[in-house]
Design a protein around this ligand. Structure first.
Ligand code: B1M
Length: 211
């Protein structure tokens, strides 16, 4: 659909104002939030990632596209997260230590809120101790972890180990996600589950918490 391509193009150009107004226009035309997200914003960001990998664009360009992604997400947020749903459980969500990528993590958080979970977002570049301390302090029964770098995904192992070390196994579960992570890695580090995208994360969290 043309408007979705235009959203993707504007995101690749790092034009946050255009992405925001096109996203609003697409909603006004009756498109679903999930369709705009996946076929407009995420599709555009995937092209940016590939161009960056091929060294066709610079880090600065990626940052501008990330800002444009947030402009679109801000418009979409109310349509992804429905208000007034009773809580199905409390989860902590974070991007691991050393990793600044937070767009995917934020998206997962928005979707979980929309599905009725209480979401405590600790941000990005967070030390393992802070994850576990927050889960205990807040009475959360699940830690959702995100990593986008092959060099930082290994930090997830530290969090799972700390949960065990503190005798919280079974009381505080762990689920991992992010582009370099997969189900084999989750099994290898002893995490309770893995989710490849935000919609799957909601399904897996529901299953893990019996909600
Ligand atoms: Co960076 N970056 N980046 N970057 N960046 C990647 C990840 C990279 C693949 C680009 C590339 O080379 N093609 C590459 C990593 C290579 C690797 O490790 N093998 C890379 C690199 C190298 C770097 C730097 C090292 C570059 C440098 O400095 N030379 C640097 C690292 C900084 C750091 O973290 N210490 C860096 C910096 C940045 C920016 C700051 C400019 C910016 C981040 C801005 C921000 O997040 N606020 C950025 C961006 C935007 C990207 C790309 C282009 C896009 C990531 C993104 O937001 N995707 C990315 C390339 C790519 O992924 N195509 C790239 C959209 C988002 C919706 O998808 O995050 O995958 P994603 O989330 C998905 C799923 O993965 C899943 O659900 C989400 C929604 O469907 N998911 C979860 C994610 N978290 C989950 C948690 C869960 C469940 C599911 O919990 C249960």
């Amino acid at each position: 659909m043309e408007i979705l391509n235009r959203i993707g193009d504007a995101l690749q150009q790092g034009d946050d104002q255009q992405v925001g107004s096109l996203t609003a226009e697409a909603l006004g035309a009756g498109l679903e939030g999930a369709e705009i997200l996946n076929q407009g914003l995420v599709a555009g960001m995937n092209v940016v990632g590939e161009q960056f990998r091929l060294r066709e664009i610079f880090l600065h360009d990626v940052l501008l596209s990330a800002r444009a992604m947030y402009a679109g997400l801000a418009v979409l947020k109310p349509f992804l997260a429905s208000a007034g749903v009773p809580s199905r459980g409390k989860v902590v969500i974070v991007t691991v230590k050393g990793d600044l990528h937070d767009i995917g993590k934020n998206l997962v958080g928005i979707m979980l809120k929309g599905a009725g979970f209480d979401v405590i977002d600790l941000g990005h570049d967070v030390a393992p101790e802070a994850f576990v301390d927050a889960a205990v302090r807040e009475g959360a029964t699940l830690i959702c972890m995100s990593a986008l770098l092959t060099t930082t995904m290994t930090r997830m192992r530290d969090v799972v180990a700390l949960v065990k070390e503190r005798g919280l196994e079974g009381k505080v579960r762990t689920i991992v996600g992010g582009a370099p992570v997969n189900a084999d890695f989750a099994r290898e580090i002893g995490a309770d589950d893995y989710a490849c995208d935000a919609a799957t994360a909601v399904d897996r969290v529901r299953a893990l918490l019996g909600a």
